[in-house]
Design a protein around this ligand. Structure first.
Ligand code: GLC
Length: 604
């Protein structure tokens, strides 16, 4: 049964095939692997680069990039494109507008940026046309506060970038902040009077700037892949409908982001920097960034390595989504080297393994596995190994479908991988060469499309993390939770809290190897807490540990599974401030270095 989100992509393809536009032979097919690599925007059906390409470049570049989060010598920590706002530097409008006079991004190179996206394996680019600060990065006749009329640069970089994308055969799209405009009278969270003190309404902003600018960006830059509206806030539905009407009129093949508002987008936009831990049906997107800020921030050197990019990209695709990864060019228009290098490094891997990403279907397990993640196509599993077991033994829980063959996909070909069943588990032996691979990929060819038992398998070699999202909870409360580390740097988790005396979070697990497992709990709380962890019908352990205001793992002790197979493991917070103890996950790690000698020596 095709996952819903892919079904809807096919329906979109089907419907769009009925629309008048250059017919591409494959538009009726669901494209995969190499065929997506070759897919050009003009041949793609509506949303196909999104639904099959699965990977795009986001670019946050604007007047704020000139500041890089430093104003009058003071650094403001958080997302750089908010530097003007009161929660960051709180720059007065006249002062911010003055910045334009020194904005001259002489090192902007459209071809170079497009080449980075191509080398990265990204299928389209979405760049900020106008962000919340109201400054247009293109030549707008609707508002002179733009890069051509208000700066010494005097060029339209969006003309150059859209042309470079077209020439390179990748899609081009715009981010547009349709509700917030901190400069234009009447804009969302902007001035409520004009320069003469005359009251200005949102309708004034909408009619005089927003609507004409959306008309401009969807009619003057060639074919548009995606219009990424953002932070709709309380923007009345009628305005959003008008904007989408302009997009549909000028760009019938363009997708509209889920953040347009009122559920009117073409897909669901998740929270910033959120890679979900469970499969999500339908078309959806995770947006992430190569460090911690969308726009350039001088201090932000927290770059993602190629491996970290691949881990987040693969897991997004494995959950059924599309991953759009951001770069924040400097004020001079050039791209931070570490961002470009990590994109190229991960891109080289993608070029060797297009089938893992492009047109791939989500993992039948519905969640990541202890050592990595799985994407699928027809009767092939692609096991992407992020954490290679030291002995090279990869344990796959719950696969019901017969394996025809397995091979490690190397840079130059493949090497066979031996495998054998072990109860409900399959053990694959990774070739030694996988030790040096960035992310080894094992292609497992099955006798039929995969059927699995989704019960969490407790890996016999490495740590297994059980998130509370997958537990059944009684006598306590489970919530989704998100917070900002630095301003605008979002983190997302699930928690179980408000523990009652009989409260418990319980997981159904499948144990391959009986024995002792070290228990660690990840939680926040106040002062010391007592936790109890029990195997139903078996051992129960408890321990008191300290807590912290941020999620931290604490050791609880060894827990024994005396038999292989199904078990129910429960966690309870039984003493201390149980009301605000917030459990995030239980981690089980096999204790493998117990030797009989040490055991007898210590036993009394
Ligand atoms: C949030 C921020 C915005 C950023 C966007 C990226 O909406 O407000 O600055 O462009 O996330 O997803």
């Amino acid at each position: 049964m095709m996952p819903l989100h892919k079904l809807s992509a096919c329906l979109i393809a089907l419907v769009s095939a009925l629309l008048p536009h250059p017919a591409g032979a494959q538009e009726m097919d669901k494209l995969w692997g190499e065929s997506v690599v070759k897919l050009r925007p003009e041949d793609a059906s509506k949303g196909q680069l999104f639904a099959d390409g699965n990977y795009a470049m986001f670019i946050h570049w604007g007047l704020y990039s000139l500041l890089g989060n430093k104003v009058d010598g003071k650094t403001y920590y958080g997302i750089g494109e908010w530097i003007m706002e009161k929660r960051m530097a709180g720059i007065p409008i006249p002062e911010y507008k003055e910045l334009a006079k020194r904005f001259n991004p002489s090192r902007f190179d459209a071809q170079a940026i497009v080449q980075i996206a191509k080398d990265a394996g990204m299928k389209y680019i979405v760049i900020t046309a106008k962000h919340h600060d109201g400054f247009a990065m293109y030549h707008s006749k609707a508002d002179p506060f733009n890069i051509v009329d208000a700066t010494p640069y005097g060029r339209d970089p969006m003309k150059e970038l859209s042309a470079a994308c077209k020439e390179a055969g990748i899609g081009f799209g715009f981010y547009y902040s349709h509700n917030q405009d901190w400069i234009f009278p009447g804009g969302g969270n902007g001035p409520q009077t004009d320069e003469n003190g005359k009251p200005a309404t949102f309708d004034d902003y909408f009619r005089n700037k927003c609507l004409p600018q959306v008309e401009e960006i969807t009619s003057q830059y060639g074919p548009i892949e995606l219009v990424w509206f953002d932070t709709p806030g309380k923007m009345p539905k009628k305005y959003v409908e008008q904007l989408i009407g302009v997009v549909r009129k000028n760009q019938p093949k363009a997708f509209v982001s889920g953040r347009a508002g009122h559920g009117l987008g073409d897909y669901q936009s998740l929270g910033d920097m959120e890679v979900p831990i469970e499969n999500i049906d339908g078309l959806w997107e995770t947006v992430d960034t190569t460090n911690d800020s969308w726009a350039y921030a001088w201090y932000d050197n927290n770059w993602k390595t190629p491996r970290e990019i691949l881990r987040r990209l693969i897991s997004t695709v494995a959950r059924g989504g599309t991953y759009m990864l951001n770069i924040g060019p400097y004020g001079d228009g050039s791209v931070p080297k570490h961002a470009a290098d990590s994109l190229r490094g991960s891109g080289e891997w993608i070029k060797r393994h297009p089938a893992v990403i492009y047109g791939a279907d989500p993992s039948p397990w519905g969640h990541a596995l202890p050592w990595g993640d799985v994407t699928v196509r027809d009767n092939k599993l692609f096991l992407s190994v992020f954490d290679r077991p030291t002995d090279g033994k990869l344990h796959l829980p719950g696969l019901k479908t017969e394996i025809r063959s397995a091979r490690w996909l190397t840079a130059s070909g493949s090497e066979p991988v031996t495998h054998q069943r072990d109860g409900t588990w399959t053990c694959l032996t990774l070739p030694p060469g996988t030790l040096n691979a960035l992310v080894p990929v094992i292609e497992v060819t099955l006798a039929a499309p995969p059927e699995v038992d989704r019960t969490f398998g407790i890996d016999p070699k490495g740590p297994t993390e059980l998130d509370v999202h997958f537990a059944s909870v009684t006598g306590a409360t489970r919530n989704g939770k998100r917070w900002m580390e630095k301003f605008g740097e979002w983190k997302h988790t699930f928690e179980v809290t408000a523990w009652k005396a009989d409260g418990a979070a319980t997981w159904e697990v499948d144990v391959l190897r009986p024995g002792h497992y070290r228990v660690d709990l990840t939680y926040t709380g106040e002062k010391r807490l007592v936790w109890r962890v029990a195997v139903e019908g078996g051992q129960a352990i408890q321990n008191q540990q300290n807590s912290s205001s941020i999620y931290q793992s604490f050791p609880i002790g060894w827990l024994e599974f005396t038999t292989p197979g199904r078990h129910r493991v429960s966690v309870a917070c039984i003493d201390g401030n149980t009301a605000n103890a917030s459990l995030k996950a239980l981690r089980l790690t096999p204790v493998t270095d117990i030797s009989p000698a040490s055991d007898t020596a210590s036993s009394r």
